[in-house]
Design a protein around this ligand. Structure first.
Ligand code: KG4
Ligand code: ZN
Length: 334
């Protein structure tokens, strides 16, 4: 009988300290996430130095909790997978150093995982999804359309040219005086509003796979500032609903149209913004119309977590990709 493979995943690329144990790339035995949201809220965004320090303080106990919940010891682990980029360099450094030390002390393989590939792998957790497929990664740092050829071969088809979609959600939320992170706040507020505003901006990229959200973001910010300067009142909920509607259509239509044109049968959405209720609903509707099978992760694994890193780590491990050692260095961009 084939032996089960247990991967310990470690994720510290932004403001969540997370450690997970995943069996055979699919079954989550534990996925402990210590979020720093409350700490960064008062600054209106993530402060990199503060994030690094809090990762250092949290990581030991997050590891202990992850092992306890999975009911395994460090000796039962087959390999250690860690996010090495992209992300905040100081924050990544904590996870990478921790993983390197564990791997060295336990004499276990160390596996480097690309954060975006990890987000895509969130769709493998508890499912039977297998590549090839087209992936749409929408997060705080990415708005990317990727051809996933197999578990370890990826081709970037379209990327973020300026602001990523999550960044636009966060900045629009900030101008509306909402809390950090803004995405979930806009999502909530939009439900109480109507999309009555047509923010005018040039969307030159309608017909290509790259994306830009800075035009839409600036248009909303200018609208709010101009209303405030003129002392005119407006419903924040209507601004949230109008922004979210355009932000959703811009990327979901693009991804679904690409799948239809290239006869791709499956669209896999990933990244923190895939938690958005309107994005999920519109993607479901458009994919149904085009007869495309849609995969979106469960809400709990849309945003940053270590189970997705362990899952991609498993596929890297069995395909002998990303095998790393003491020289592994974190990278802010990859
Ligand atoms: O994937 P993620 O946790 O971190 C990055 O890799 O960037 O994504 C974080 C982003 C933030 O911009 C956050 O506002 C956004 O995901 N987000 C959402 C929602 N939940 C999280 N955006 C829109 N609607 C949501 N429900
Ligand atoms: Zn992420």
């Amino acid at each position: 009988m084939k032996k089960d493979i247990l991967i310990l995943g470690i994720e510290t690329s932004c403001d969540e300290t997370s450690v997970a144990v995943v069996k055979n790339g699919r079954e989550v035995l534990s996925n402990v996430i210590s979020s720093q949201i409350e700490i960064h809220k008062r600054f209106g965004g993530v402060v990199p130095e503060v994030a690094s320090r809090n990762h250092i303080m949290a990581i030991d106990s997050v590891l202990a909790e992850a092992l306890e919940e999975a009911k395994v010891g460090l000796n039962d682990i087959d390999a250690i997978a860690v996010t090495y980029g992209a992300g905040l360099i100081g924050a990544l450094m904590v996870g990478v150093s921790f993983a390197k030390t564990l791997a060295y002390a336990l004499n276990k393989p160390l596996i480097a995982v690309n954060h975006i590939q990890g987000h895509i792998a969130a769709n493998y957790l508890g499912t039977e999804l297998k590549p090839p497929f087209t992936a749409l990664v929408i997060s705080g740092g990415h708005t990317a359309i990727i051809d996933v050829k197999n578990y370890v071969k990826f081709k970037m088809l379209g990327n973020t040219l300026d602001d990523a979609i999550g960044e636009a959600f966060d900045k629009v939320a900030r101008v509306l005086g909402l809390n950090y992170p803004g995405g979930p706040e806009i999502d909530k507020l939009a439900k109480q509003g109507k999309p009555i505003y047509d923010f005018s901006f040039k969307n030159n990229l309608k017909d290509e796979l790259n994306s830009s959200y800075s035009g839409l973001k600036t248009s909303v910010i200018n609208f709010v500032h101009s209303k405030e300067q003129k002392g005119e009142s407006f419903e924040k909920a209507n601004v949230a609903a109008s922004f979210q509607k355009i932000a959703t259509e811009m990327i979901v239509q693009k991804a679904v149209a690409f799948c239809a044109k290239s006869r791709a049968k499956r669209l896999v959405i990933a990244g923190g913004v895939s938690a958005n209720s309107q994005i999920r609903a519109v993607a479901e509707k458009l994919c149904r119309q085009e007869n495309i099978q849609l995969f979106i992760p469960k809400l709990a694994v849309c945003t940053d977590n270590a189970a997705m890193i362990a899952s991609q780590g498993y596929y890297n491990f069995i395909n002998k990709k990303g095998l790393s050692g003491p020289n592994l260095a974190p990278k802010s961009r990859i």
